[in-house]
Design a protein around this ligand. Structure first.
Ligand SMILES: Cc1cc2nc3c(=O)[nH]c(=O)nc-3n(C[C@H](O)[C@H](O)[C@H](O)COP(=O)(O)O)c2cc1C
Length: 339
């Protein structure tokens, strides 16, 4: 069951005639079915068997990772696929964004593709099953994970939460994962939850970080807390935040989320090709100021681009859009070619 690039591009072009979110859900179902019935088929599809083990097994925030390449937040929002991901070439993943209560997200259509720029556009709005259910899902998968495959939990607030309860929401979202997560990512950078991006300021982030850290500090396990930021931040804003994070117990940054924009389906965020240069710039700028670990995400679509990010100071990498365009063999190919 080998998938060469020609067969993949014919299959992908066929899939691109269907609604993007339908194809996403069908892909999740197919991965689950294959992964449950015969994980070796996933390994054949993804090519992981043909590669040597990854050259790079980084140690970041005190944790060893089985490779430097992870699946970005938003693909496996409800932790349905976690134990399948090692068979697909990933060394870690971020599940979520998870909110305390389940919520449906924005009305459809809310996901589209632009093949010309190899970009996705989404206005999902944190559709997820809620932190308690997602933690139950993750618990099932944790039993079947290989050593050093790491799981980050990306946390957010519910859409209707009042301003005074925002910090509590982040803490509640984190709570069910205290025995399960390797790291948390505080997401204040999705363009699809009204007002969320305005939380990207030291004053607004301080109570959120404190609330999450106070949960984490009660756990017997060491769990790092990271913050994910938008690509639009000005250098002065990023600089202020980085200095603040260094004082406040934040273990790392995830740079970046999607690039805000508007299309025929509404306002939302671009990922893939259109966010690539913004994400690279944010990484270089942040790295020029700080040694804090950085997960680089945004437009990474080859081992070369991944290597450039590592050379620019990223500690780990994540992909989402390029997997959709590049196909099942891309993660293993990238992961095995990083130095
Ligand atoms: C459909 C879709 C849903 C996403 N959902 C989330 C999310 O829930 N939380 C989050 O932090 N990022 C989310 N993202 C952003 C990705 O994690 C990533 O930051 C962004 O897509 C850039 O990476 P890429 O260019 O490799 O896709 C989403 C992206 C897409 C395309």
């Amino acid at each position: 069951m080998e998938l060469n690039s020609k067969v993949w591009s014919i299959f992908r072009d066929l899939m691109f005639h269907f609604d993007a979110e339908h194809v996403h859900h069908s892909s999740v179902l197919a991965i689950k079915a294959l992964g449950n019935a015969a994980p070796f088929l996933l390994e054949r599809l993804s090519g992981v068997l043909e590669y040597e083990p990854p050259l790079l097994r980084p140690e970041v925030f005190g944790l060893k990772f089985s490779s430097a390449l992870g699946l970005a937040a938003g693909f496996d929002k409800n932790a349905e696929l976690v134990s399948m991901l090692p068979h697909l070439g990933f060394g870690f993943c971020e599940i979520g964004t998870v909110t305390p209560l389940p919520q449906p997200g924005n009305p459809r259509p809310r996901l589209s593709r632009d093949p010309q720029t190899q970009s996705l556009f989404n206005r999902m709005g944190f559709n997820n099953d809620g932190s308690i259910k997602v933690a139950q899902n993750l618990e099932q998968h944790k039993k079947n994970l290989p050593p050093y495959f790491r799981v980050g939990v990306n946390i957010g607030k519910n859409k209707d939460t009042e301003a005074s309860q925002i910090a509590t929401d982040y803490a509640l979202a984190a709570e069910p994962f205290l025995d399960l997560a390797d790291f948390f990512v505080i997401n204040v950078s999705s363009p699809n939850t009204p007002g969320l991006r305005s939380l990207q300021a030291a004053q607004s982030l301080a109570p959120i970080i404190d609330a999450v850290l106070s949960k984490v500090n009660k756990s017997s396990r060491k769990i790092s807390v990271l913050v994910k930021l938008a690509p639009e931040l000005h250098e002065s804003e990023l600089m202020e935040l980085v200095y603040f994070f260094e004082q406040s117990g934040v273990a790392g940054l995830v740079l970046t989320n999607t690039l805000g924009g508007e299309t025929s389906i509404g306002t939302g965020g671009w990922s893939g090709g259109l966010v690539r240069s913004h994400s690279a710039k944010a990484l270089s700028f942040a790295r020029s100021m700080t040694k804090i670990p950085i997960i680089s995400v945004g437009g990474i679509d080859s081992a070369e681009v991944g290597q450039e990010r590592l050379n620019a100071g990223a500690n780990l990498l994540e992909i989402y859009s390029s997997w959709v365009f590049g196909g099942p063999r891309l993660p293993a190919h990238i992961a095995m070619n990083l130095r």
